[in-house]
Structures are given as C-alpha cells and as structure tokens.
Design a protein around this ligand. Structure first.
Ligand code: ZN
Length: 265
C-alpha cells in the first residue's frame, strides 16, 4: 500500500510507520491521520507483523495538527461538525492506536508537540533521540483546553502534566526519561536503529502472549479510570472550542499560533 503522507518500512516482524511531511515538521493533516489509521489497520491484519514503530522523517517527530488546514477548512465549523470531525480523527483514531493489538514503540526526535505528543503517547513505549522535546502549549496559543486526548497525567503524573499545560513549556528527552514518560534516550544518530532493535527484541515473543499482556496492562489503567477520564476530557475540550479564548485565537488566525510558538503547529 502506498501513502502520500507516510513512509512504510518492513523489517521482518517489525513494521515501521513514518510520518513523512517533514517540510511541514510532520504537521498532521486530515489525509495524514486517515492514512495513519489505514497503515495501523494494515499492520494489525498482517500476521507477519508482531510490533510497530511509529516515527517521523526529518528533524521532528511531529509539530501537531496542521493548523493552516484547520484555519482554511474548519475555522467556522458548527458544534456538531467539529464534534464529529474531532471525535473520529483525534479521539477514536488515538484510542485505536492505544488499543492496537500488538506492541507499539514511538520513535521521537525534535518536536513532539500537541497532536504529536498525543499520538506518540498512544504508543506502549517511547524511545527518544537527545534532540526530542515534548510540549503542549495550546492553553496559551489556542486558548483551548489542551489536546483532544488528555493522556498527559497518565504518562507523566499529575504534577508535571499541570506544569506542562499551565506553562506551555518544554520537557527535554532527559527530563521525560527521568519522570518515566520515555523509556530510553539515545543519540539522534542511533535513534532509528535503537527503536528498531527494541521492537525486534519484543517481536521475538509469541504474539498472542504479547497481546494479552498489553490488554491486561491497559485494562489495569482502565480500572483506574483512564478511558472514562479521557472521554470526559474530550467533551470538555469541545466546550472550550466555543470559549472567548479560542474564538479570539481563531479570529487572529489559527496558523498564527505557529508563529507565536515556533515549536508548535
Ligand atoms: Zn479540538
């Protein structure tokens, strides 16, 4: 299968899916999100694939959603239109990565921001290059309540999640590792090999056992309320799209948020 916005690599039992709009810092367009789901679906169906690596071509993993496209096509969405669009492409697609029936590894370098942070953290493990940094500045730049999937407290703890979302600041790869959000940090030049080697090590185990381990760990988090909390925040996030803060940002032009925070898009 060929994609316009992704590159797919086959490494034996490991499938590597690479976001491939590197000239746009892998900003996630509608097409990219639709293709990403198709690529995950294909990897789920393929019995020769036991693990998936999700990465990004170029200097950055992903700067977030494509706000130029958002401004051009969705700035004047009604409540119902935005709900439908974001529930499918942001919430459901993200949860499908979370629920993907095989182990997943995010391979992260450079910017991992907002919508980028969201999909990277839907993966089971995260391997980061030294250049990686994580942030979610939308409370400042878009005047809206964080990203659609509030995975932050689950992967970084409530204290750091509040700091990141309140300040719009960045977390380095080393800091992310220190708080347990990132599994390994390696030099950027070794990142692709390190993520692949980890995936290949995992892929040696019988797939059904891995699938059950993943289900049970995710179900542990569900028992703690993960899925309910994420669904509740999605609704809250939709409300914030009608707030004074968001409408002001929209009228200024959503894409200007990219200039306001050069790390995000
Ligand atoms: Zn939204």
């Amino acid at each position: 299968m060929a994609y316009d916005t992704l590159e797919i690599e086959h490494h034996g039992a490991v499938r590597r899916i690479l976001l491939a709009r590197d000239a746009q810092r892998n900003a996630q367009s509608q097409q990219m999100l639709d293709e990403l789901m198709a690529a995950f679906d294909d990897a789920a169906r393929d019995d020769t694939v036991n693990a998936v690596v999700l990465g990004g071509k170029g200097a950055h993993f992903s700067a977030g959603h494509d706000l130029k496209q958002a401004q051009a096509e969705r700035a004047n969405f009604t409540v119902e239109e935005r709900w439908a669009y974001e529930e499918l492409r942001y919430f459901d697609y993200s949860m499908r990565i979370w629920d993907f029936p095989k182990p997943t590894i995010a391979q992260v370098q450079g910017a991992c921001v907002a919508g980028g942070f969201m999909i990277a953290n839907m993966c089971d493990l995260v391997v980061a290059g030294e250049s990686a940094f994580f942030s979610d500045p939308v409370g400042h730049t878009l005047g809206a309540a964080a990203t659609e999937v509030l995975i932050h407290p689950w992967v970084m703890g409530a204290r750091k999640a509040k700091e990141m979302l309140y300040t719009g600041g960045k977390l380095s790869a080393q800091e992310a590792q220190a708080i347990g959000m990132v599994n390994r940090v390696v030099p950027d030049a070794e990142l692709a090999d390190a993520a692949l080697a980890l995936a290949q090590q995992i892929a040696k185990a019988p797939p059904f056992g891995l699938r059950l381990i993943k289900r049970s760990i995710n179900r542990t988090l569900d028992a703690q309320g993960l899925r309910t909390a994420l669904a509740a925040h999605f609704d809250t996030h939709q409300l914030s799209h009608l707030s004074e803060g968001f409408l002001t940002a929209r009228d200024r032009g959503l894409a200007s948020a990219i200039q306001k925070n050069p790390a995000s898009a």
